[in-house]
Design a protein around this ligand. Structure first.
Ligand code: SF4
Length: 280
């Protein structure tokens, strides 16, 4: 099959830098424990595990092993607990996630109820809610749909931020609806420009030139899922994690295949998927 790929695929700088910091910790300590997945790709994870990384769900109370905070960030309470326990923390929070946290903290410091547009069980959102003061009993609400925006109680004044990887067009629509339930709304568009660029490249360039799309990335990667959903609205789309999942029956003779990826997908996995499509 003929394939076409937009300019940007593979890791974003946030994931790349987080992996470099994790690698340095592994080099100097020989092992490390990550609170959650440092990258949403099983083979990249296996490679890190072979170097001594293990995944943990909760902060240990005692450990000689460095604890890695992933690019998604964590709550301020977690950093305080880690310091109180004397843990060595390797903070790989992406600067663009830090930006969301800072906006949430600023809004909370103004005593505003904060709405976070994102997925409530996502690690980043849990962290941002902490920076917005959820642990101090402040009003913090997580929503992800227009219906949830319409169901919010009226407030004189509130602030709104977005999970970095939430689709920007939907964030804007939701913010408009929240504005109708609010006297004065402080809108902080904290969507990630890297993710927005991938969406734009796929929707405005790639889709017009291809018949089928293959989106490469973890099924638990929020931005990959959003990218696949956006593509699927206009073209037959297949979301795969690796080249082994490519099926010849997805394509017809003479079709052109668009290949794009989420921001936590290694470039070499995208290369392998493209090669598998070309070989059909
Ligand atoms: S997708 Fe954006 S916010 Fe997330 S790690 Fe990459 S650069 Fe940072």
């Amino acid at each position: 099959m003929e394939t076409l790929r937009p300019r940007h695929t593979g890791f974003c700088f946030g994931v790349r830098d987080a992996l470099a910091l994790t690698g340095s910790a592994l080099d100097s300590s020989g092992d490390a424990a990550a609170l959650g997945q440092v990258v949403h790709n099983s083979r990249a994870l296996e490679a890190l595990e072979a170097r001594g990384l293990r995944q943990i769900k909760e902060l240990p109370t005692k450990s000689r092993v460095p604890v890695v905070i992933t690019a998604h960030g964590a709550t301020p309470e977690l950093f305080r607990e880690a310091a109180a326990s004397g843990l060595q923390v390797v903070d790989t929070t992406c600067p663009l996630v830090r930006r969301v946290q800072n906006h949430a903290r600023e809004l909370a410091e103004q005593d505003l109820p904060v709405v976070i547009v994102g997925h409530r069980h996502h690690q980043e959102v849990i962290g941002v809610a902490g920076w917005a003061g959820s642990g101090d009993g402040r009003e913090v609400t997580v929503i992800s749909s227009l219906e949830e925006a319409d169901a919010l109680p009226y407030r004189e004044h509130r602030g709104i931020v977005s999970q970095s990887t939430f689709p920007q067009p939907l964030f804007r629509e939701i913010a408009e609806r929240v504005a109708q339930r609010t006297g004065q709304l402080e809108v902080r568009d904290t969507t990630c420009p890297v993710v927005n660029q991938r969406q734009r490249e796929a929707l405005t360039g790639l889709l017009d030139q291809v018949d089928v799309v293959v989106v490469v990335g973890g099924r638990n990667s929020a931005n990959t899922v959003a990218l696949a959903e956006a593509c699927a609205a206009r073209r037959p789309t297949h979301h795969v994690e690796s080249a082994e999942e490519i099926r010849p029956e997805w394509f017809q003779k003479g079709q052109r295949v668009g290949i794009t990826s989420g921001t936590s997908t290694p470039g070499w996995v995208v290369d392998e998927v493209e090669e598998a499509c070309r070989d059909i």
